[in-house]
Design a protein around this ligand. Structure first.
Ligand SMILES: Cc1cc2nc3c(=O)[nH]c(=O)nc-3n(C[C@H](O)[C@H](O)[C@H](O)COP(=O)(O)OP(=O)(O)OC[C@H]3O[C@@H](n4cnc5c(N)ncnc54)[C@H](O)[C@@H]3O)c2cc1C
Length: 314
């Protein structure tokens, strides 16, 4: 039997974001194919025996606090558990250590955290900051899982921008940097450095605008814990792979997409480096870096209209 070459939706890349999007599509009954140049799906979420046999290491991503705290895990978590995914977390979420022996340790237990803040002389400043930002967090949490162009998101954003009662207004979080937010409030370099590097996880530097907002969100997330999958980060990729294939998705690995094929300004399929052509009747979703998408995959598609259903992960 020859493999199908026509699907409703074709994904370029089978990282965990593609697998999650695919899981929603296959559950709606769409035929989906994911193509990835790596030998296994999961992108930069994988675990391997990198040192000794039997010792599994996370090759890249290791901890998944934003995923576990978000709406997708709330929806897919039970089904992912059926495919072997289980999270654990220790009592320490994050911290910082310096070559001269100074450190800050952020514990999930409130009493242990309070004792550490006392030791650093930051209990009062910490409480002030948390009190100032906590009214924003109820709206910010849902916004993370929303299309920001939706009317629902616009309503939340308007309410946040109107709220000027807080000593840390939402607009100041939106425009301020992480370094300014933390540096203005804390004297302890250890405490500042326990939080500041987390901004890199959302692609921001310490002085970038928007960093203040993300610092607050990351702090709120990490105070609840810093979960990791039992058996390594790769278990997330394996469980997602199990879920999408159980619902009929096809994953082809070791396949490199060379170009997205367009017809009349619409993405209608892909061409692989082996010269194979696959047809997508509804959409091609490039779950790759923007440089892959714009520098390579769309190079033959000059004049492609904005309405074309090609999406890039930002
Ligand atoms: C060292 C490191 C540590 C990290 N630590 C963490 C962490 O602890 N916690 C956390 O939450 N995040 C962490 N991250 C970030 C996290 O790994 C990424 O955010 C995540 O992998 C992005 O997933 P994705 O599905 O969007 O894309 P990717 O994982 O980038 O997957 C894209 C896939 O597309 C494939 N692809 C690209 N071009 C083509 C093509 N032309 N044809 C076929 N396939 C193609 C690639 O092979 C890849 O498998 C870390 C990242 C790195 C590099």
């Amino acid at each position: 039997m020859s493999a199908s070459s026509t699907f409703d939706v074709i994904f370029v890349g089978a990282g965990h974001n593609a697998l999650i999007a695919a899981s929603y599509l296959v559950k709606e009954g769409r035929s989906v194919c994911l193509l990835d140049l790596h030998p296994t799906p999961g992108g930069w979420v994988r675990s391997e025996e990198l040192t000794l046999p039997g010792f599994v290491h996370d090759t890249f991503s290791a901890l998944h606090p934003i995923f576990v705290g978000g709406p997708v895990f709330a929806e897919l978590g039970p089904e992912l558990a059926e495919h072997g995914l289980r999270y654990v977390q220790g009592q320490t979420s994050t911290g910082a250590s310096f070559p001269d022996g100074r450190s800050a340790v952020i514990e999930t237990d409130p009493d242990a955290l309070a004792a550490e803040l006392d030791r650093l002389g930051e209990r009062h400043a910490w409480t002030q900051l948390m009190t100032a930002v906590s009214p924003h967090l109820d709206s910010l949490g849902p916004l993370l899982g929303m299309d920001l162009a939706s009317p629902e998101a616009a309503g939340l954003l308007r309410a946040l921008c109107r709220d000027t009662g807080s000593s840390v207004p939402f607009t100041a979080l939106l425009s301020g940097s992480g370094r300014d937010l933390l540096g203005d409030r804390f004297a302890s370099e250890e405490l500042i450095m326990a939080w500041l590097p987390w901004l890199l996880h959302v692609g921001l530097g310490p002085h970038d605008a928007g960093g203040a907002l993300w610092s607050v969100l990351l702090m709120a997330t990490l105070l609840a814990g810093n979960p990791a999958p039992v058996g390594g980060s790769g278990r997330l990729a394996e469980a997602l792979t199990g879920l999408v294939t159980a619902h009929g998705a096809e994953i082809r690995t070791g396949v490199e997409v060379d170009a997205i094929v367009t017809t009349g300004g619409r993405a209608t399929g892909v061409r692989t480096t082996d010269g194979e052509q696959l047809t997508a009747t509804q959409a091609v979703i490039a779950s790759t870096t923007p440089d892959q998408l714009y520098g390579r995959l769309l190079r033959d598609a000059a004049g492609i209209p904005e309405s074309t259903r090609v999406q890039a992960r930002g």
